[in-house]
Design a protein around this ligand. Structure first.
Ligand SMILES: NCc1[nH]cc(CCC(=O)O)c1CC(=O)O
Length: 329
């Protein structure tokens, strides 16, 4: 007896991608009653050893998955939203953006230290704290934060999976590494974080902590599946990440640009409003443009996008474009 046909879920093969695809696969199984089969796809970002900031970043983790969708080799794909280029992909639709996890960055430091303790300990030894990250956004904000504490960090560009990155701390090669809390959490390793970095110090990447479920939109089967998977969508998460990504797009910055953004709800008396915070900086952290804007809770993702464009205009007026041009590592 044949059961319902399996849905093919395209995923990168990293442990993190497999973990988050597995979580979505389970939800899709329950929603559709159909089995879900994981199809592993290698992306350019997985094979290239270059620094992301060097290879350009935009789309290196998603292009191969999108090609497989368009070719009908898979029925849907799961991406980390922060790896998704801001320009809409022709022939594809973002069927669902599920409830986002903690958007913050996490510090994994030696001896259980917080960033403040680490910077102070290093300063006492007359040296900067050595922190692993190749992300211009993290570099800019970590440098600025350390300086505000009267110390300094030396950022060391690293790449590789979560094991590799944390390994630099375990081996003593680095004092700390910075990773997305959501990634650690999905791997069941959030306990290894020694600090959840306050967003007042480091704003996360636009869309960090959120997943995107993508389907083909050019055929009836793809559209029908997208309509079904829309059940997994969280409208608030979609509005928040849309505001963050429209800021990024309006700044004309890519996913490897030194841009942080976070949209959240703030209560103003009885009314809650959507606040969008954004930062752009030089990687050395000496110049940061950090601003926020608050608007009525958006009725739609399109409303949220307006907030992002407004904040971008204000940041550009304060010289944000000049800071992003700077690309030295
Ligand atoms: N740049 C790679 C990447 N893409 C998404 C995540 C984490 C998971 C997420 O943000 O949802 C990571 C790793 C990291 O930044 O530590």
């Amino acid at each position: 007896m044949n059961g319902p046909t399996a849905l093919k879920l395209g995923t990168r093969r990293s442990k993190l991608a497999m973990a988050q695809s597995g979580m979505v696969a389970e939800q899709v199984r329950q929603l559709t009653g159909r089995p879900v089969e994981l199809v592993e796809i290698t992306t350019f970002g997985d094979v290239s050893r270059e620094q992301l900031a060097q290879i350009g970043g935009t789309g290196v983790f998603v292009s191969a998955l999108r090609d497989a969708l368009l070719a009908g080799e898979i029925d849907f794909a799961v991406h980390s939203l922060k790896d998704l280029p801001t320009t809409p992909a022709e022939g594809l639709t973002l069927a669902a953006i599920p409830v986002r996890e903690d958007p913050r960055d996490a510090l994994v430091a030696r001896d259980g230290l917080t960033f403040e303790e680490l910077v102070a300990a290093a300063a006492a030894l007359g040296r900067p704290a050595r922190v692993g990250t190749g992300s211009p956004r993290r570099m800019a904000q970590l440098n600025a934060w350390a300086r505000s504490l009267g110390g300094a960090v030396e950022t060391v560009p690293i790449r590789g999976n979560v094991d590799t990155r944390i390994g630099f701390v375990t081996s003593g090669e680095l004092d700390a590494v910075v990773l997305a809390a959501a990634g650690l959490s999905r791997l069941g390793r959030l306990g290894e974080a020694t600090q959840l970095i306050p967003v007042e110090a480091v704003l996360p990447a636009p869309g960090q902590g959120a997943l995107a479920v993508e389907c083909a939109a050019g055929n009836p089967a793809g559209l029908a599946l997208a309509a079904q998977l829309a059940e997994l969508d969280d409208p608030f998460t979609r509005a928040a990440v849309t505001a963050e990504r429209s800021l990024l797009a309006a700044l004309e910055a890519g996913c490897s640009a030194p841009v942080g953004a976070l949209a959240d709800l703030v209560a103003d008396g009885q009314i809650s409003e959507l606040r969008l915070r954004g930062v752009v900086g030089t990687t050395d952290g000496t110049q940061l443009v950090q601003m926020s804007i608050t608007g009525a809770t958006p009725e739609s993702a399109d409303d949220a996008a307006v907030l992002g464009r407004e904040l971008a205009a204000e940041m550009l007026a304060k010289g944000a474009a000049g800071l992003m041009g700077e690309r030295e590592l």
